[in-house]
Ligand binder design. Structure first.
Ligand code: FES
Length: 192
């Protein structure tokens, strides 16, 4: 049976009109239900504040490094010496185990040249989580082993990272990740 009823002149009947109104109400109701859900998904200011971290790097002397916590993970910030920058820059891609930059600040699949691993040559900033099984590598605090490549060393299973946080030896498959960050000023960075 045809659900649509028409008068002789082809106009919809009152019953059809009521049916159309009911359908519209359902559509508006559905759209209305989506909006509060989307609004709830927008992070408020306190959540955003937790997801970023500003760090004053002015007190980190040349040659020193510090560790900060960002989103529950350690982040290493190393103030490299000019010699260390040269050493990292001259390392050929052919010497790397992982030739991808793994830098959140640039596009995927960029090559792991030193220049693609940092924003400023003297500052190397990496997430301090070994890409093997997640230990925190040594080499940030004074006196800790920096491994065979003068960067960071993960003693859990012997992974050696270089001055750009690139994996050079051991079971770790990937370079240390470079987190998203930006220079707010010359001496303050914002991570996240
Ligand atoms: S967790 Fe770092 S070498 Fe295994």
């Amino acid at each position: 049976m045809n659900a649509t009823t028409e008068t002789k002149d082809g106009e919809p009947t009152r019953r059809d009109f009521i049916h159309l109104l009911a359908s519209s109400a359902v559509a508006v109701g559905a759209a209305g239900a989506v909006w509060p859900l989307v609004a709830q998904m927008n992070p408020d200011a306190s959540v955003l504040a937790l997801s970023t971290k500003e760090v004053d790097i002015s007190a980190i002397a040349v040659g020193q490094a510090i560790k900060v916590i960002w989103q529950g993970k350690p982040v290493f910030i190393r103030h490299r010496t000019p010699e260390e920058v040269v050493e990292a820059e001259k390392t050929p891609l052919s010497a790397l185990k992982d030739d991808e930059a793994r830098n959140a600040n640039i596009g995927d699949k960029a090559a792991a040249d030193d220049s693609n691993r940092r924003l400023k040559p003297e500052w190397m900033i990496v997430v301090g989580v070994c890409t093997h099984l997640g230990c925190v590598p040594l080499g940030t605090d004074r006196g800790e082993s920096r491994g065979d490549f003068n960067g960071w060393f993960c003693p859990c299973h012997g992974s050696h990272y270089d001055l750009a946080g690139r994996i050079r030896k051991g079971p770790a498959p990937e370079n240390l990740k470079v987190p998203p960050y930006a220079f707010v000023t010359d001496t303050v960075i914002k991570i996240g």
